[in-house]
Design a protein around this ligand. Sequence first.
Ligand SMILES: Cc1cc2nc3c(=O)[nH]c(=O)nc-3n(C[C@H](O)[C@H](O)[C@H](O)COP(=O)(O)O)c2cc1C
Length: 305
Amino acid sequence: MKSNRLKTKLKEIEFKNPLIAASGTVGYGREYENFVPLSELGGISVKGTTKEKRLGNSSPRIAETASGILNSVGLENPGVYGFINNELPWLLEKDTNIIANIAGRDYDEYSFMAEKLNSTKVNAIELNISCPNVKEGGLSFGSDVNQVLKVVSIVRKKTNKLLIVKLSPNVTSIQDIAKAAEYAGADALSLINTLLGMKIDIKTRRPILKNNVGGLSGPAILPVAVRMVWEAKKAVKIPIIGCGGISSFEDALEIIMAGACLFQVGTAIFKDPLCPLKILKDLDLWLIENKIENISEVSGSLLEW
Ligand SMILES: Cc1cc2nc3c(=O)[nH]c(=O)nc-3n(C[C@H](O)[C@H](O)[C@H](O)COP(=O)(O)O)c2cc1C
């Protein structure tokens, strides 16, 4: 959707509106385009892409929870070459920002993918640091300040694309992690990724997910996302993209008031594929009603007690 009130910028990149489809929830956009033309969105963050093709985890890998879902898809994707050769050319024909979301198992994989993507026409790279570092004991990159410093610095050296670092909520201090990402050269942060959770079938006494645990997303996590965006905003100067449980314009406004300048919508699209259009229309109407010329004026406008 186009409206001067919704136009926004992330460094030198223009977004016709602040809504980005969250990584992993619309794949590479091919099926989603049948519901909503990608040109209606500010951008699309594509499915998390790894160095090699991955088939993902065994099923069941999605479970419904109260106001959300648990997923353990396990980064099923065609690999970075599959993305560049087969998905990107189609995506680049769409009038929207293309954000390549990358996930690695070690520093070399992140470095390799950043270098490859740097020579493509993607508009930005989003670094998913919620993955386990297999060479350093399996602890997720995103939960350790030193690993964040290292992985972001390595990727920064390989790319001059807009670099968004996507933070995991499964941490003790989001502020320490946010500061580390900024220090190491991130241009922006996106937060939050999913929260680790588990659901048990009491009849079989087994976890519903074959992977035992999964990532919780959807409306249930909105208050966590709003709190973390608010905390991160106090810690860094770089722009923040809010994400987690947004399914209405009111949700989007909460996260924007907390400090985000753009936002991502994921799980809500599963329930109502058309919801991004409604969110944008309602957001625009709210700006008109409140006599606000541009959405950027709302960012961080929270009045604290
Ligand atoms: C099925 C599914 C797959 C996802 N895959 C990825 C992924 O590949 N990379 C990533 O950074 N985030 C991934 N996410 C996380 C979302 O991008 C988003 O951060 C999270 O779901 C919270 O937003 P939401 O509540 O609006 O869905 C995935 C989420 C879901 C539900």
